[in-house]
Design a protein around this ligand. Sequence first.
Ligand code: SF4
Ligand SMILES: [Zn+2]
Ligand SMILES: [Zn+2]
Length: 307
Amino acid sequence: MSCSFCHQKAVYYRRYSGEQFCRSCFTKSIEQLTRHTISRHKMFRPHDRIALALSGGKDSTALLHVLYSIERQYPKAQLSAIIIDEGIHQYRQEAIRLAQLSCERVHVPLHQFSFPQLFDISIDQLAEKSQAQRQISLCSFCGILRRKALNLAAKRINASKLVVAHNLDDEIQSMFLSIVRGDLKSLTAIHPVREQIPGFVQKVKPFCEILEREIALYAHFNDLSFQTLPCPYQSSSMRTDIRGFLNQLEYTHPGIKYSTYRNSMKLTLNQPQVSLKPLSKCNICGEPTTNLTCRACTLLQAINSTS
Ligand code: SF4
Ligand SMILES: [Zn+2]
Ligand SMILES: [Zn+2]
C-alpha cells in the first residue's frame, strides 16, 4: 500500500476519503485541514494575540504544534498558551510538566493559573464536599469554573483570541447532548467561532473538523509528549455512551461524522446564536453575566454557605 500523494509506504488509510498516507503526508494533511478551517471561518486576524487553552492532553498539544507551524508564517501574530491547574493531586502536576516541555519545544510562552488562585478552592477540596452539598456533578462544576478561569486568564494576558482544541468528535457529541437536553442555547453555541461578546475573549476552534483518532495519530507520528493518565474524577457519562454510538455509526458509514457536523452547521450557522439576555456585571466577581450573580459565583457561594 503506497501513499496517494508521494508513493512512499502508506501507514494510514482515511476511510471517508479513500486516501492513503505516509507519515509525512498525513502530518501535512492535518495541518492543511486545520488551515482550511481557520481560513474558511476567518478565525484569526494578522495582529491577533492568540492564547491556546493547553491541558497537556493530546488534542491541545497537537494544536499547539499545528498553530506554531501556521503562525510562523504570520510574524505579526503572537501565540501563547494558558494552562489551568484545577487542583487535582497527582494528575494536573504531570499535565503541567508535559505542557511546559511542549511549549519549550516550540518556544511558546506558557501562562499558568489555578482554581485556588482564582476561586479560593481546588477540585480536590470540592470533591471532599458531599454530593448533597453540591447542586451539580463535580465535572459540571469543574467545567463551569474552567470556562470562567480560561476567560479570566485570557483577559489577564491581553489575548484577543482564545483557542480551544475541541475536535470533530467533541463537537458532534456536544450537539447530540444539546438535542437530548433540549438546550438550544448550547446547540447554537457549537460554532467554530463564538460570537464576540463584551467581557469575553472570542473563542475559536481550529480542530473542529478533525477526527479525534486523526489527532491522536498526528501526535504519535510527531513524537509529541502528552498526558494519557485519566482524571481520577472522570466517570462514565451520557457523553461516553454517545461517543460509542457515534464511533459505531462512523465505522459502518465512513464520513458520517463530517456530514453530520457540516449539515448541522448549515442549519445553525446562519441562525443568530441564541442571544443572551442583556449582560450586567456579577455582583460578586464583576464578570459579565445575564443574572445578578454569575453561575460560578452562585455555585461557590452555595458550597461556602454549607461549609
Ligand atoms: S474529569 Fe471532571 S473533574 Fe476531572 S478535569 Fe475533567 S471535568 Fe474536571
Ligand atoms: Zn506521502
Ligand atoms: Zn461572579
